[in-house]
Design a protein around this ligand. Sequence first.
Ligand code: FMN
Length: 195
Amino acid sequence: MTNSPNDLVQLLKTRRSIVARDMGQDGPDADQLSDILKAGLRVPDHGKLGPWRFIVFEGNARAQFGGVLEAAYLASGMPDEDDRRQFERERFTRAKAVVAVISVVNPESKIPEWEQILSSGAVCQNMLNAATAMGLAGQWLTEWYAYDSMVLQALRLHENERVAGFMYFGSVVTPPNERVRPDLDDRMSHWRPEL
Ligand SMILES: Cc1cc2nc3c(=O)[nH]c(=O)nc-3n(C[C@H](O)[C@H](O)[C@H](O)COP(=O)(O)O)c2cc1C
């Protein structure tokens, strides 16, 4: 849990995703999920377009959507194996809640499309950070089904909409290991005028 600005910076410097297969089913509760979604709404948004929306999967809807994933998996011509069919059916039940963050681009706006899409990425990361700050597990996934036409149809997306991420939220069972991170000096330079 974060209590001070220093705690927040420390959290951001050390945060880790917890992969969906390692999540427990104990959380987030309704209030926590609501706070995660509200944190998602609180992102930089050039022109106040709000170019995103959420589709929430909780309870039975997770397994029901698994039927869509299984059908789309088979329709894509992938091998029809029992284990894999079961995995697809149960994919969303790996987490207590899955939130599809949908990027909604307004093509009429003077705000460049690129900036509208970037704002959706910020939504996803704000949600992940909020869940982490609550001591919950979170992972940002797209996997194959964020790009599958049958799945997108079942989500009832419009032409100007794309899945920015399926955000998985659950409880932490085992703390994650550290992951190799880029070195700051390798990624940073100071601009100077040409001599
Ligand atoms: C847009 C986006 C899509 C992602 N999709 C996947 C995915 O499909 N499968 C996966 O294993 N990781 C995916 N990741 C990476 C994980 O969310 C996560 O960053 C990774 O497991 C490393 O953990 P970390 O967040 O602790 O660095 C995706 C990340 C982003 C930003």
